[in-house]
Design a protein around this ligand. Structure first.
Ligand SMILES: [Fe+2]
Length: 235
């Protein structure tokens, strides 16, 4: 069950023939973590999407900033967020850790006990890019789900993740940090992904049921600031 407006991928949508695919390479994430740990708490935006309520995020690169907080994530790519100027290790990851510079990038903070309810990523830009996860700080209690398969992704590993299929996450461990980037489907990126290894994940019916709930059931008073509620109800 998806509590989401129907989404039909457009003509620019690419094939994503994987759920979880382990990609080549391993990243020393310590420099990036040191930068993130030095940020003030207010650098992290509360989720602007109902499926992610209770999580926080830090935009590194996106489209032009709009009026709504976080709107750069749905406005294309290629524009560095102001925060990136003081995060050189993260900037180096975006530009050097992948076969192409990241078009879009952010860090997702999933606090202990948080969930991301099932949804599909539903912009034309997201349809047209491969989503890659680089876990920065995580524990076995932090799992992603695509369709009905759950998997923990270890820190420093690189994964193609199918964000065009119904997906979600839950974290029963301490705070979890993932770097997420969108890469264009160039020949170099396609070759890197084609050389990866699919990992099936495991079913967990109880966890899946928890992610199938209406995410607005988890609304908290802090989620109702400004016009956020209007946006949540329109999603
Ligand atoms: Fe998503």
């Amino acid at each position: 069950m998806l509590y989401q407006r129907p989404h039909r991928p457009g003509p620019s949508a690419i094939a994503k023939p994987y759920r979880f695919r382990r990609l080549g390479g391993f990243v020393d994430v310590a420099p990036a973590l040191a930068e993130l740990d030095a940020l003030p708490a207010e650098a992290w935006l509360p989720s602007q999407w109902k499926w992610h309520l209770g999580t926080r995020f830090l935009i590194l690169r996106g489209g032009p900033s709009g009026v709504a907080p976080g709107s750069a994530l749905t406005a294309g790519g290629g524009v560095d967020a102001p925060a990136l100027a003081s995060l050189p290790a993260l900037r180096a990851l975006l530009d050097e850790a992948f076969p192409e510079p990241a078009a879009l990038a952010w860090v997702g903070l999933s606090p202990a006990g948080s969930r991301i309810h099932f949804h599909v990523d539903n912009t034309a830009h997201w349809d047209a890019h491969h989503r890659v996860h680089l876990p920065l700080r995580t524990s076995p209690g932090a799992r992603l789900c695509v369709d009905a398969a759950f998997l923990h992704l270890p820190a420093g590993t690189l994964w193609a993740f199918n964000n065009s299929r119904p997906h979600g996450a839950l974290n029963t461990g301490p705070d979890r940090l993932h770097l997420m980037v969108d890469l264009p489907a160039t020949p170099a990126v396609e070759a890197w992904i084609a050389a990866g290894e699919d990992v099936a994940g495991a079913p967990d019916p109880a966890a899946r049921q928890a992610l199938c709930r209406n995410p607005l059931d988890a609304l908290q008073p802090d989620d109702l600031k400004g016009d956020l509620l209007v946006r949540l109800l329109d999603q």
